[in-house]
Design a protein. Structure first.
Length: 112
């Protein structure tokens, strides 16, 4: 009797295996494409656009612009160099920071 139960269980197991195993992959492929498109348009593309705008802002920094660094330091640009910017934070206090450390330009003024 025990042998009959094992044979019955094996028969059910064999009957449950689908004949075409690749049909499941063809159903999942469009779903993966939709998920990829979802992540691209909601995460990757906006981040790339924001990065390009930040790069453009860094390239257009000029003297007398008021800036905020990524460290939270507020100051006025007193000199612009190739890779760095000299920021005046007080009357006689100037610091040199990398352009990439500028988080934002708060006020843009004409060079004087």
């Amino acid at each position: 009797m025990l042998g009959e139960q094992v044979v019955f269980a094996q028969g059910v197991g064999n009957a449950a295996v689908p004949a075409g195993g690749s049909a499941g992959v063809m159903v999942l492929l469009p779903m993966y494409a939709i998920i990829f498109a979802f992540f691209y348009f909601l995460i990757v593309r906006p981040q790339k656009k924001k990065q390009q705008e930040h790069q453009k802002m860094l390239e257009t920094i000029k003297k007398n612009d008021e800036v905020v660094t990524t460290g939270g330091i507020l100051g006025t640009v007193s000199q612009v160099k190739d890779k760095t910017v000299v920021v005046r934070v007080d009357d006689n206090v100037k610091i040199e920071v990398l352009r990439s450390a500028i988080a934002s330009v708060t006020k843009s003024r004409a060079a004087g």
